[in-house]
Design a protein around this ligand. Structure first.
Ligand code: ZN
Ligand code: ZN
Length: 312
């Protein structure tokens, strides 16, 4: 019988957290993360579905840093807005995306955030290479105008529709084209990887994926992990996140990751579905902490637990 007791969650040496809401102001995000026992967290510095080019009030930055320090959280990740499309053939959209990413970096500097993750964007299939080159050029511009301690992380996508960056090779192409690859990093999202066709749920598939990663980039280029299960199956090229262990990645995928010493120092952020309160986050974090502590869970028992807690 599986007993869900967040208070008894084993502490995990890894930097682990979730994407938290900023409703009520950016500094409130720190409290939410702290309440969940996070040692790292992710947020949007502005509305993710709107164009924002503004800086923050200086007081917000100061308060945010103070709260992070008081909470003992030194790893905060900013997720750039979804509207950004640095691969776009439209000059107007490209220019706007670049300006929005520059503003994102300025806000991060105010908040003391050193890691920004973004989706590479989309473009018509016949000009993918051009699209990837446009991303690399835009990143060079953004980085030349931002503080040297900032790292931009390109996220592997599920490869849905006209989206670029749905393979490790496409991400490698962006980095190859970039004049400053040392200021770039890679974010691997487990849901996206599985949906893009990478078998992370078997030992062989997991080993093959990371072997390819290390061959193309070297392990130091992995700067961020998004731990999400996938609602759609292997190779579906659809991006829908599911609760940990209840999707097609399955518990095995997360077990392998959490016991892989190569990723010990990489922040692990969950972007799993949320409910009205933070119960879903608590349960997903609990599952990750159990696995990290070497405790095996049965998928059926986990299903049962979700039904009892009323969020599935
Ligand atoms: Zn993600
Ligand atoms: Zn996603």
């Amino acid at each position: 019988m599986l007993v869900f007791c967040p208070a008894m969650s084993p502490t995990v040496p890894r930097r682990l957290g979730v994407h938290v809401s900023t409703a009520g102001g950016l500094p409130t995000a720190v409290e939410r993360a702290e309440a969940l026992g996070c040692t790292a967290f992710q947020l949007f510095t502005a509305n993710a579905r709107r164009w924002t080019f503004e800086d923050l009030c200086p007081e917000v930055g100061i308060l945010f840093r103070q709260r992070c320090r008081a909470a003992g959280i030194d790893t905060v990740v900013a997720h750039a807005a979804y509207l950004l499309n640095l691969a776009s053939p439209s000059r107007e959209l490209h220019r706007k995306s670049l300006a929005a990413l520059e503003a994102e970096c300025r806000r991060c500097h105010q908040l003391g955030i050193e890691l920004v993750v973004f989706h590479p964007g989309s473009c018509p299939p016949e000009e993918r290479r051009e699209g990837l080159r446009r991303i690399a050029a835009a990143l060079a511009t953004v980085l030349s105008n931002s503080p040297p301690d900032l790292t931009l992380c390109v996220e592997l996508t599920a490869g849905q529709g006209a989206t670029v960056g749905g393979s490790l090779e496409e991400l490698a192409f962006i980095l190859e084209q970039s004049p400053c690859p040392e200021r770039l990093g890679i974010c691997i999202d487990t849901c996206h990887a599985l949906a893009a066709g990478y078998r992370l749920d078997t030992e062989e598939g997991y080993a093959a994926f990371w072997h390819r990663f290390e061959t193309l980039f070297g392990s130091q280029m992995l700067r961020l992990l998004h731990l999400n299960d996938s609602a759609f199956p292997l190779g579906s090229r659809r991006d829908r996140h599911a609760h940990i262990g209840l999707g097609h990645c399955g518990l095995s995928c997360f077990w392998y990751l959490l016991h892989d010493p190569r990723w010990e120092h990489v922040p692990h952020i969950l972007e799993t579905p949320k409910g009205r309160d933070d119960r879903a986050d608590r349960l997903n974090l609990w599952v990750i902490r159990q696995l990290a502590a070497g405790i095996t869970l049965q998928p059926q028992a986990l299903q049962q637990l979700w039904h009892e807690h009323g969020t599935v």
